[in-house]
Design a protein around this ligand. Structure first.
Ligand code: MN
Length: 297
């Protein structure tokens, strides 16, 4: 009788194809912070539940020093992931924190708050991402909440081939991420692939998914994704994605369950209807955000 083969660590994954490559749009936000808006408003429906992805990588302090002074949010979550540099956070609920290299901040704006995000450095590289994740209609007015996750608290693992995976949210090859969220079930991975390696990740068939290359180039289902491009992964029935790197490469991989609800965005407010946006503007003008204990009307 043959000895049984050891169980493979993961059954093979069929890769989704690349539906579209997106270069993003250079812009500035806050007090003159230069960034690339990778996920723009026209892609919100396609990439539901994700509303925005900004990538920033600035060596020149003039391009980041102004930061993001006091501004409001309502109706969604912001996820900031830092690769280099430090940002200080304050909000109207009395929370404060310092976000450093390799760390993340998960903020649920919910019913509303006012916060600032300011660089805690006057020189050197500032690099990272901010992702906006929608909340289901029934949770848009929940109490604001935020959590700072220092770099050392983000679970990570390496595959036998040497691919290093940091699991900010969701689950990868048995490693649970720092954050789990209901409803949208977000996956947020930072994947470092040495030259000549591949990495396979399962993604539920119905979820929307994309990745962004921030160092080097990768190949997915035979299609090259150049440095600093977003690849929207096709919803083609495949059970995951296989990322291949001929040279050293780093990508963030993001996926989530669509909410399939109407999206009404006005700047930093994301609700479901125009009337809710009007109410939000009235609440903001009435100073209700300053206490960060706004209740549903
Ligand atoms: Mn903000």
């Amino acid at each position: 009788m043959n000895h049984a083969l050891p169980a493979s660590p993961q059954a093979p994954v069929a890769s989704r194809g690349v539906e579209r490559l997106v270069a993003g749009r250079a812009t500035s936000d806050g007090a003159g912070v230069k960034l690339t808006r990778v996920l723009t408003q026209d892609l919100q429906r396609r990439l539901d539940p994700f509303l925005m992805l900004d990538a920033f990588r600035n060596e020149n302090p003039d391009d980041y020093i102004g930061g993001f002074p006091d501004h409001p949010h309502r109706g969604f979550e912001t996820v900031t992931y830092m690769l280099a540099g430090r940002m200080r956070h304050h909000d109207s609920a009395g929370n404060a924190g310092l976000l450093g290299p390799g760390g993340a901040q998960w903020m649920t704006a919910g019913s509303g708050l006012i916060h600032s995000e300011l660089p805690e450095q006057e020189e050197g590289l500032m690099e990272g991402f901010q992702l906006w994740l929608n909340l289901p209609a029934r949770n848009k007015m929940i109490a604001p909440f935020y959590r700072d996750i220092p770099g050392e608290a983000i679970p990570e693992f390496a595959t036998l081939a040497g691919v290093r995976v940091r699991v900010i949210a969701g689950e990868s090859q048995g490693t649970a991420g720092a954050v789990q969220r209901p409803d949208t079930e977000p996956l947020f991975l930072d994947v470092h692939l040495p030259a000549g390696t591949r990495f396979a990740q399962r993604i539920p068939v119905g979820h929307n998914a994309f990745l962004y290359t921030y160092r080097g180039e990768v190949t997915i289902a035979g299609k090259a994704v150049a440095d600093r491009f977003m690849a929207i992964l096709a919803n083609d029935g495949a059970d995951g994605v296989v990322i291949e790197a001929a040279q050293d490469a780093r990508v963030i991989l993001i996926a989530g369950a669509p909410l399939n609800e109407p999206i009404a965005q006005y700047g930093p407010f994301v609700m479901n209807t125009a009337e809710q946006i009007q109410q939000t503007l009235r609440d903001y003008q009435a100073g209700l955000f300053e206490s960060a204990v706004v209740r549903p009307a």
